[in-house]
Design a protein around this ligand. Structure first.
Ligand SMILES: O=C(O)CCC(=O)C(=O)O
Length: 251
């Protein structure tokens, strides 16, 4: 189901939706392994690898990272369907970071602040794409992604610390000129949206009382990318400071 003009649309808008990216069997395989990981591995993970809205309530699990220490998820980075889509979009050979899982549990105040992924990654050139696969129905009510179309072509905007665990940095001057260009992406389980590392995106909190908003994502960077180590050191210091403030209950 990859549209023929996927690359052109991605280059123009900075994101592209691929309907039915995974068929039912492939989605079931992924779901089965995510359930296993959450049941068997997550209870033993350090706090930095599994974020909760409220650590005392397992139902509020909202983000998993560094999943590559699990054999299945380590191998999953090289799944041909994912890798070839990333290569098509990035335009060169790619390597995947460790898989991630994002949730907005029902009844939690967990918005995704406006940001550009490459502010976090610090890759030059910014030949990096995030492939984000819906595991649930995703819509305005439970916090769909919203993209500022074309923003990937306009460079990195100023970011500063947020109070959102998992998204430590957000754009400081996000305003009406951005919101009028926002495009909401509604997805069904198995649909995927790919975004360029410098496309501005955000999501509201999940306003539903019963529906989760789960997604599985992998970031693929092009072979030509190198990391700006000075910028990355600044970002990691800011993130660590945010984590220690949040764990001390400071606002
Ligand atoms: O899941 C979300 O709300 C945000 C995910 C995101 O920002 C990303 O994968 O780049």
């Amino acid at each position: 189901m990859i549209p023929e003009d996927a690359r052109q649309r991605y280059d123009k808008d900075g994101f592209i939706v691929i309907r039915e990216f995974l068929d039912r069997d492939s989605l079931n395989l992924l779901e089965t392994n995510l359930e296993r990981y959450i049941r068997e591995i997550v209870p033993h993970l350090p706090a930095a690898d599994a974020f909760y809205q409220d650590r005392s309530d397992p139902e509020t699990l909202k983000q998993l990272q560094h999943m590559g220490h699990d054999k299945f998820f380590d191998a999953y980075r090289n799944e041909p369907r994912w890798k070839s889509l990333a290569e098509l979009l990035v335009g060169e050979a790619v390597e995947a970071n460790e898989p991630e899982w994002f949730n907005k549990p029902p009844g939690t105040a967990h918005p995704t602040p406006p940001h550009q992924d490459n502010y976090y990654f610090c890759l030059r050139p910014p030949n990096v794409t995030t492939l984000w696969l819906a595991l649930d129905v995703v819509d305005e009510e439970n916090g769909c992604l919203r993209y500022v179309a074309g923003s990937h072509a306009l460079g990195i905007r100023p970011h500063a610390s947020t109070k959102v665990l998992g998204f430590s940095q957000g754009i400081t001057d996000y305003g009406t000129a951005d919101t009028v260009k926002e495009q909401r992406v509604r997805l069904q389980p198995g649909d995927l949206v790919a975004h360029h590392g410098e496309t501005i995106h955000r999501a509201d909190a999940n306003r539903t009382k019963t529906r989760h908003r789960r997604a599985f994502a992998m970031v693929y960077r092009g072979a030509s990318c190198t990391r700006d180590e000075a910028a990355y050191a600044r970002y990691t210091a800011a993130m660590e400071q945010q984590h220690s403030q949040l764990s001390n209950g400071a606002s």
